[in-house]
Design a protein around this ligand. Structure first.
Ligand SMILES: [Zn+2]
Length: 315
């Protein structure tokens, strides 16, 4: 059965994307815009985007939003470490008033997990762990076919699980959280530390000899070109990623782990060392089915397509 198209919004701190998405997960049309600094302007920008795109699919109904922050069960964003407008921001209520349509808002990683579940790599699964590796580390956990929200809506913040009490400081202020060791930002920091010690000559050369210009993307790019020193740093980083995945798989027993976010564009150059470091470390590894670790199928569109799927699930 083919239902009507729905609207989706991928709302980040820097950019927001508004799209109208068909029932099969195909993006019919979309707009990419800068995220305004003030909440009322964010609402107005989303509303005008929805009205404009409505002309492409006149029958479209319902809006879903994936937002980079802690979103409660009423669609209010309580907190985001990096986005000042997201402090007790009743986004769903404001958008409902502005657009007179059903609006659902959830955390961006939860929405990406829904997108992969309905239209992507996790189709047909009932239990899935999705992890986004980008500026931070996000998580979306599917249990028994439903995205885990927690008692207040704030569940699955896997990036803020402590794996080393003496580790580097996290953006949230605590030490040794998984995000502080396994994000793309953390890969950049690891790269700078190795470059300063003289261990990453090719990466440093590509950064013009300036250590501070090295970020996670550059380390990944040089590794992808086959440079042995960059591959060694990527392996050390992959071990941190795998450590968190082992804990999550022991807790949730998923059929599948999906890796999403900007770093997954590296493909098997990143995923293979994660798989190698993960293998054998889960409880009773030799006595249970393998848990595949795969790349997200929807790539950078998972948030937008998942947001539109969220709108569909609300009705
Ligand atoms: Zn943290």
């Amino acid at each position: 059965v083919t239902g009507p198209a729905t609207f989706g919004v991928d709302l980040g701190g820097t950019n927001l994307r508004v799209g109208v998405v068909d029932d099969d997960g195909t993006i019919a049309a979309q707009r990419r815009l800068a995220t305004p600094a003030v909440l009322d302007d964010i609402v107005a920008t989303i509303a005008s985007g929805v009205e404009e795109l409505g002309a492409v699919r006149p029958g479209a109904v319902g809006l879903g939003v994936g937002a980079a922050g802690m979103v409660d069960r009423d669609g209010a964003i309580h907190y985001s470490p990096n986005i000042a407008a997201f402090r007790r921001a009743p986004l769903a209520a404001l958008l409902t008033d502005a657009l007179a349509m059903d609006v659902r808002v959830d955390n961006d990683a939860n929405v990406a997990a829904l997108g992969e579940l309905v239209h992507g790599a996790a189709r047909g699964c009932s239990d899935v762990v999705l992890v986004t590796l980008g500026t931070g580390v996000g998580g979306g956990i599917v249990v028994n076919g439903a995205v885990l929200r927690g008692g207040h809506g704030f569940g699955a913040e896997v990036g803020h699980f402590q794996i080393d009490p003496d580790g580097p400081q996290c953006a949230c202020g605590e030490r040794g959280h998984w995000e502080a060791m396994a994000s793309g930002t953390a890969l950049g920091a690891l790269g700078r530390a190795h470059a300063a010690a003289g261990d990453l000559p090719e990466v440093l050369a590509r950064a013009g000899g300036v250590v501070d210009r090295i970020d996670g993307t550059l380390v990944g790019d040089v590794a992808q070109d086959g440079d042995p020193s960059a591959l060694a740093v990527l392996r050390a980083y992959a071990r941190h990623v795998a450590t968190g995945l082992v804990g999550l798989v022991n807790v949730f027993d998923p059929e599948l782990v999906v890796i999403s976010g900007g770093l997954v564009e590296l493909g098997d150059v990143l995923l293979d060392p994660i798989r190698e470091s993960f293998a054998g470390r889960i409880e009773g590894a030799a006595f249970r089915p393998d848990v595949p670790i795969v790349a997200a199928a929807l790539g950078g569109d998972a948030g937008l397509i998942g947001a539109a799927a969220l709108a569909r699930s609300s009705r």
